[in-house]
Design a binder for this molecule. Structure first.
Ligand code: MN
Length: 499
């Protein structure tokens, strides 16, 4: 994963001095034990550091200020092992703006029925200590994730890991820059958006460039660099015969390699975490970038076609969230339908730009004509995405807010498609095609999405919650009447706009 920031999570335990030094020592030991257990969860992607026990207003404020000011801290987990009067937390929480997880747990899983006494009761009092703390969070309208259950419980640990992954994505996007080559595809609405609002809300800067800026990097590529990259392609893909050295289209592969090297050089020089292209603005490029975009996505860059910077940002965020997971996450477009009664399916693809992280098999490297873009034949990776559970996520600018829309889908095996020379995925929507699409359309969902086998709905919900943006979900339980009602209530909550 390129440009991934160093990050960790702090674990802070709240208490007070009412109980004397003996119990506080036990509180500290228990907090260390819980922090170490969470840190050791096999699927946990970030270190979880014991941030100690805080017992006074000054200690609380100092601990949260330290978490805020440490660029590497991606979020804080808080637990009230004992009672910790919540007014002590006001000053600290007023200025703390990073993700917060409130773990409502207890050091002991089981009550020691035969020996329980008031000392035990006074030590293990999260049952009311955490309520006191949560009441203040609610009073302060503070976004957080509440996780309930014993810290060793697998469900609890999975919920925490999901949140840590979302926090890592939020942390990575904070301060990230995205490059746009050209503007939007002309006249297209859903890929537009308020870039100022996006920087305020998502923490990302979206910066425009002309193709001449990119061409400087493409033109600086040496033949030796192209030779080396073409060799790399030979090792990674099944390269079509016409692209082999001496083949009729060998030059197209070298042109594609030069575009990849130039694009990579530009993105590295600017420290960008994602980019967009548009086929309406390819001045100087011999081909629409296909292979280059696919390989850059596989390395972790966010991407959106036709100037779609919002999807580029979302793809980067979800790729970071899924880092280390096996399934893959890609830019996607709902392209065409199979409308056979009882077997409605969506064929997802794009002109060229689908990420090989979702390839079911070794991709084929091919070249074919492409009418769109009015350039020479572009090289591209062709493959099928596998069967399995997946999600499609769309991000829209509704004028007064950003909305994330999730549809849970079941990908099915792609049949042989001998005349379709692009990467593709095939899926069935939950709860069923007609309900899912009615809901998607009325929610204003885009045709571009992020498609992932790794990211689950709960993670998208956590990320939306910590970013303070709306998230609506279409899944196996979606009932269209309730869904539309949810959209209406949401408009009322955010305040509708006419335009
Ligand atoms: Mn498109």
């Amino acid at each position: 994963m390129i440009h991934l920031k160093d990050a960790h999570i702090r674990f802070i335990c709240g208490s007070q001095h009412l109980y004397g030094p003996g119990p506080l020592k036990v509180v500290a030991e228990n907090a260390q034990q819980v922090a170490a257990a969470l840190d050791g969860i096999a699927s946990n992607p970030l270190p979880i550091k014991d941030g100690g026990v805080v017992t006074t207003r000054d200690e609380i404020e100092a601990a949260l200020r330290d978490a805020s000011s440490d660029d590497r801290c991606a979020g804080v987990i808080v637990w009230m092992h004992t009672f910790s009067p919540s007014k002590m937390w006001i000053r600290g929480l007023r200025d703390y703006r990073k993700p917060l997880l409130h773990l409502h747990t207890q050091a002991n899983r089981d009550l020691p029925w035969d020996t329980i006494d008031m000392d035990f009761m006074n030590l293990n009092q999260a049952a009311h200590g955490d309520r006191e703390f949560a009441s203040l969070l609610t009073r302060m309208r503070r976004n957080r994730k509440s996780v309930v259950g014993h810290w060793s419980d697998e469900e609890v640990q999975n919920e925490i890991v999901t949140w840590v992954r979302a926090a890592r994505a939020q942390h990575d996007l904070h301060g990230a820059s995205f490059a746009r080559f050209g503007d939007n595809m002309r006249h297209v609405g859903v890929t537009e958006g308020d870039k100022v609002a996006a920087e305020i809300r998502l923490g990302v800067s979206v910066e425009g460039y002309g193709l001449a800026d990119l061409m400087e990097h493409v033109n600086a590529v040496s033949p030796a660099q192209v030779d080396a990259l073409v060799d790399e392609y030979q090792g990674a893909y099944d390269v079509a015969s016409e692209l082999q050295p001496g083949g009729a289209q060998a030059g197209a592969l070298r042109d594609g390699a030069a575009i990849e090297l130039g694009l990579r050089s530009f993105l590295e020089a600017g420290g960008f975490k994602g980019f967009t292209t548009t086929f309406e603005n390819l001045a100087g490029l011999k081909q629409l970038p296909g292979l280059a975009v696919q390989r850059l996505m596989a390395d972790g860059y966010g991407f959106g076609a036709e100037g779609d910077w919002k999807t580029a940002v979302l793809l980067r965020g979800l790729k970071v969230a899924a880092e280390g997971m096996p399934g893959g996450t890609s830019f996607m477009e709902d392209y065409t339908y199979h409308l056979e009664p009882g077997r409605h399916r969506v064929l997802g693809s794009h002109m060229l730009e689908v990420c090989p992280s979702i390839a079911a098999e070794r991709p084929r490297l091919e070249v074919h004509p492409l009418g769109i873009g009015d350039r020479e034949d572009p090289v591209r990776l062709v493959f099928d995405a596998p069967a399995g559970d997946a999600i499609n996520v769309s991000i829209m600018d509704l004028g007064n807010r950003l909305r994330l829309l999730v549809n849970e889908v079941e990908a099915v095996e792609v049949p042989d498609l001998p005349n379709l020379p692009v990467a593709r995925a095939l899926w069935e929507c939950k709860p069923d095609f007609k309900t899912a699409l009615k809901a998607w359309l009325e929610a204003g969902g885009a045709h571009h999405t992020v498609y992932s086998y790794d990211v689950k709905t709960a993670l998208v919900e956590d990320l939306a919650h910590m970013l303070g943006i709306e998230c609506v979900v279409i899944d196996a339980n979606t009932d269209f009447r309730s869904f539309r009602s949810e959209l209406q209530q949401s408009d009322a909550a955010y305040g509708s706009v006419d335009a």
